[in-house]
Design a protein around this ligand. Structure first.
Ligand code: MV4
Length: 499
C-alpha cells in the first residue's frame, strides 16, 4: 500500500470539484491549481490549498506539465488527478510525473501511448478476438493498394487519422472515383492537425449507435467492466446526452461487449478507469473503435447505476489496492440520464455564449444530481470548454429517468447566457428518443432551430413581460429587482397555464 495524503487536481470546473469531493470523503487533502482567469473559481475555494499556474490560456497554465509538477513539489502532494481533457491522456506528461517520483492517478504511460494511436490500439486488441470494422490494419503507404482494399471492403468507406480521436480527421468516401482525392486531403489534414499523416480505412457503418464500456483495472491484474453507456446523442462529435444502461442491449450482447472491453484493457495491462468505445450496427453487431484512457465526462451515469464512486476507485487503485469486488458482484440498478449543459446557443448554431450567470439556480429533489463548477454571478471564461454543468437524473427505469430529466430541466433557472437546456428537453420529449430508436444521426436528422420555436415564442412573451415589470418598477420604485425577477421567473415556470 502506497500512502496518499494529498492529491493535486490538475483540472478546473466541475470535474476538479467532483474529484476533490471524493478525496475529501476519503480524508485526503486536496490542492487546486488555477489560471489567472480562475482565481475565484469554486474549485480553488473548495481545495485545502491552491496554486496559481499562470495566465488564462490553457497552453500557459493547465497544459504546462512542469508547472503542475512544481505545484506538487511546493505543496507536498504525492499524487496528481488529471481529470479529463488537458494533460489526462498525455503519455509524455505521465512519464515526467513518474520521473519526479509522483503518482499519476491513471494508467501507465505505455497504455496511454498504445491507446492514443488508433492503429496501435487496434493492433493491441487484435491479440484477442475483438470484432473490428473491416479495413486496413496498418497506415496506408501505397494509394493503389489502399484503393484495392477499399473496393474489397466496400463503399462507403471512412478514412481515419491514426492520431485522431473523437471524430477528428475522419472523411467519408462514397465511391471509388473519389478515393484518391479524399485520401490526399485526409493525409494533409492529419499532418497539419496532429503532426502525423498516418491514415487508415474502415468500412463506413452508416447508422451506428455509439456505445462505450467502462472498465476498471487494478495493479494486481484484475479488470472488470461496469457495463455500458449509450452516447449516440451527439452533435458534431460533441456528446450532449448520455445514458446507462443502453435501451438496445440485451443481456447476451452486454456480456459479450463487456468481455471484449475487459480483453482490450488486458491487451495493455490496463490500470485505473478507462473506457472502451464501440459502434453497434442495426443487426446489433458491434465493433471496437478506440479506448479512452481517462475518467470520462459521462462517468456519473455509470456511478448511478452501479452505486460505485469511480474517483474513489481510481484513488484506491493508485494506492495499490486490489479491486474490492468481482465481475459477478456487479449489477445494474435503475437507469441514469445525463445532459451536458453547455454555454451555447442552440438557436444560433450552438455558438458558444459567454457572459455572466445572472441567475443560476439548480434543480433539486429525488433522483437529481448536478455536477457543476459555477455559481450565480460568476462569469463564464472564454478560454475553456463551454460545458458549465452536467445534469444527471436517476430513476427506477428509463421512463422515470426521462421524466425526472424533463422536470429538472424545467426547474433549472439560468439567465445571462444561452444554454443547451431547452435542447435537452427537446431530446427528452422526442418520440425517437423516448422509443429508444435512434442512432448517431439523431441531432442532424431531427433538430433544427424551429424545434425550439414554441419555447422561443414564449421567451419573446417573457421578454415583453419583463420589460413591463421593469417599467412598473421604475415608476413605482417599490419593488426590488430581486422580487421582479422572482415573479417573472415564477410566471415562466407556470407559463404553460397562461398560454
Ligand atoms: C466510425 C463510424 C462509422 N463507421 N467508424 C466518430 C468518433 C470516433 N471515435 C469514431 N467515429 C465513428 N467511427 C466506422 N467504421 C461512425 C463514427 C461516428 C460516430 C461515432 C460515435 C459517435 C458519434 C459519431 C458520429 C459520427 C460518426
Amino acid at each position: 500500500m502506497i500512502e496518499i495524503t494529498k492529491i493535486l487536481v490538475a483540472n478546473r470546473g466541475e470535474i476538479a470539484l467532483r474529484i476533490m469531493r471524493s478525496a475529501k470523503e476519503m480524508g485526503i487533502k486536496t490542492v487546486a491549481v488555477f489560471s489567472e482567469a480562475d482565481r475565484t473559481a469554486l474549485h480553488v475555494r473548495y481545495a485545502d490549498e491552491a496554486i496559481c499556474i499562470g495566465p488564462a490560456p490553457s497552453n500557459q497554465s493547465y497544459l504546462v506539465g512542469a508547472k503542475i509538477i512544481d505545484a506538487c513539489q511546493q505543496t507536498g502532494a504525492q499524487a496528481i488527478h488529471p481529470g479529463y481533457g488537458f494533460l489526462s491522456e498525455n503519455a509524455a506528461f505521465a512519464r515526467e510525473v513518474a520521473a519526479a517520483g509522483l503518482i499519476l492517478i491513471g494508467p501507465t504511460p505505455q497504455a496511454m501511448e498504445t491507446m492514443g494511436n488508433k492503429l496501435s490500439a487496434k493492433a493491441a486488441a487484435l491479440q484477442y478476438q475483438i470484432p473490428m470494422v473491416p479495413g486496413t490494419e496498418e497506415a496506408i503507404t501505397d494509394i493503389n493498394e489502399a484503393k484495392q482494399r477499399a473496393i474489397e471492403v466496400g463503399f462507403p468507406i471512412l478514412i481515419k487519422a491514426a492520431a485522431g480521436g473523437g471524430g477528428k480527421g475522419m472523411r467519408i468516401v462514397e465511391k471509388v472515383a473519389d478515393f484518391e482525392e479524399q485520401m490526399d486531403l485526409a493525409v494533409s489534414e492529419a499532418t497539419s492537425a496532429f503532426g502525423d499523416g498516418a491514415v487508415f480505412i474502415e468500412r463506413y457503418v452508416t447508422s451506428p449507435r455509439h456505445i462505450e464500456i467502462q472498465v476498471l483495472g487494478d495493479t494486481h491484474g484484475n479488470i472488470v467492466h461496469l457495463f455500458e453507456r449509450e452516447c449516440s446523442i451527439q452533435r458534431r462529435h460533441q456528446k450532449v446526452v448520455e445514458e446507462a444502461p443502453s435501451s438496445v442491449l440485451n443481456e447476451e450482447i452486454r456480456a459479450k461487449m463487456g468481455k471484449c472491453a475487459v480483453d482490450v484493457a488486458h491487451s495493455v495491462n490496463y490500470v485505473g478507469a478507462g473506457t472502451v468505445e464501440f459502434i453497434l450496427d442495426e443487426n446489433l453487431d458491434f465493433f471496437f473503435l478506440e479506448m479512452n484512457t481517462r475518467l470520462q465526462v459521462e462517468h456519473p451515469v455509470t456511478e448511478m447505476i452501479t452505486g460505485l464512486d469511480l474517483v474513489k476507485e481510481q484513488i484506491k487503485i493508485a494506492r495499490g489496492e486490489a479491486l474490492s469486488f468481482k465481475q459477478e458482484d456487479l449489477k445494474i440498478s435503475g437507469h441514469a440520464m445525463e445532459l451536458r449543459v453547455y454555454a451555447e446557443d442552440p438557436l444560433n448554431n450552438f455558438l458558444p455564449d459567454i457572459g455572466t450567470l445572472q441567475t443560476y439556480r439548480t434543480p433539486k429533489g429525488n433522483g437529481v444530481r448536478v455536477d457543476d463548477g459555477f455559481e450565480e454571478g460568476m462569469e463564464i471564461p472564454i478560454y475553456y470548454d463551454p460545458m458549465i454543468a452536467k445534469l444527471i437524473t436517476y430513476g427506477k427505469d428509463r421512463t422515470e429517468a426521462i421524466d425526472r430529466m424533463v422536470r429538472a430541466i424545467d426547474e433549472y433557472d439560468i439567465t445571462g447566457i444561452q444554454t443547451t437546456l431547452g435542447f435537452g428537453k427537446f431530446v427528452m420529449q422526442h418520440q425517437a428518443f423516448v422509443s429508444g430508436k435512434f442512432d448517431t444521426h439523431f441531432v442532424g436528422k431531427y433538430f433544427n432551430a424551429d424545434s425550439l420555436k414554441t419555447d422561443n415564442e414564449e421567451e419573446a412573451i417573457l421578454a415583453a413581460l419583463t420589460a413591463v415589470l421593469h417599467l412598473q418598477q421604475q415608476k413605482k420604485n417599490i419593488q426590488t429587482a430581486t422580487e421582479a425577477t422572482a415573479s417573472v421567473s415564477n410566471w415562466k415556470k407556470n407559463r404553460k397555464k397562461y398560454i
